[in-house]
Unconditional design. Structure first.
Length: 298
């Protein structure tokens, strides 16, 4: 969420960004500047927080960081960047105690501001666990992975990720843990430990109304199709009850052509939508399977 505040877009609504900026102290840039340097989000392993939904565990993580020996941060930075600390991290490396205390205080402020949203997201998490479980036992995990986020792709058995952060050389990914995130609708976070265990964070389905507040949540609470597919894909599927060109669809939904193309491709791979080229135009139309899904959830 703080990365979005500093211009690294994660899909956090403007109202939520304003709340975070108001809650954050004046040293926000000093703490988050190194973490968002280069236009992407990169958190050194020693600063990662592995709290659960319970508030006490997050506060324990904040306390752990505040009490971390400064040499631990310096060792982590040296290992991550091959022994040479980047310019963005030099101020923190020169004063690691001050940086760790500021980081912990900032994390505590942010947690106080977003803890209610995190707690409200628990039903979404429970539903996501069920959704992943169904995909794993029905052999549809490929489709599940292909629909995690607009910034995550699944092609030919490979997960393609954005913002390539430094990864320790020689580490082969052997295990994958999916982590639904309550942060931004375009969030993508990942970490590979020394044992080849990869943690992949992606925006949990149904997140947008939760972030926007009670009014938006009430408006979409009864929209089962949007809760399952996301608002944009639900709108595409509803619009596809009759042939429509991709350009017209982009105009109707106030989206770029690239965004519409991406989501239509995902719906097509799921068997819910068909695309047909006629000359220079591409038209979309709902399939029988798409019709059945819309009818079942209406």
């Amino acid at each position: 969420m703080l990365a979005d505040v500093l211009g690294v877009a994660q899909g956090v609504p403007v109202s939520r960004r304003r709340l975070l900026r108001k809650a954050c102290p004046e040293y926000l840039a000093d703490v988050m500047g190194p973490i968002t340097a280069g236009g992407s989000l990169h958190i050194p392993e020693s600063l990662l927080m592995r709290g659960e939904l319970k508030e006490s565990s997050m506060r324990e993580e904040v306390r752990r960081i505040a009490e971390m020996p400064p040499d631990a941060l310096l060792t982590d930075l040296a290992r991550t960047y091959g022994g040479e600390v980047p310019p963005a991290w030099r101020k923190a490396a020169d004063n690691p105690v001050d940086f760790l205390n500021a980081y912990a205080r900032l994390a505590r402020k942010v947690w106080d501001a977003v803890a209610p949203v995190w707690q409200q997201g628990k039903p979404l998490l429970e539903r996501e666990i069920e959704r992943a479980g169904v995909a794993s036992v029905t052999g549809t995990m490929s489709a599940f992975l292909a629909n995690l986020s607009p910034r995550i792709a699944f092609v030919d058995g490979n997960i393609l990720l954005p913002d390539h952060a430094p990864v320790e050389k020689g580490v082969t990914v052997r295990k994958l843990t999916l982590m639904p995130l309550v942060s931004g609708t375009r969030a993508c976070a990942y970490h590979v430990d020394h044992h080849g265990h990869m943690y992949l964070g992606y925006p949990i389905a149904g997140l947008a109304p939760l972030l926007q507040g009670e009014a938006a949540r009430a408006e979409t609470a009864a929209d089962a199709l949007a809760m399952m597919l996301g608002e944009l894909r639900a709108d595409i599927l509803r619009t596809g009850n009759q042939p429509v060109t991709m350009g017209k669809l982009a105009d109707l939904l106030h989206c770029t052509a690239g965004t519409v193309t991406y989501h239509c491709r995902q719906l097509e791979q799921a068997g819910l939508l068909s695309r047909e080229r006629r000359g220079r135009e591409v038209r979309i139309l709902r399939t029988l399977r798409g019709d059945a899904l819309v009818d079942a959830l209406s």
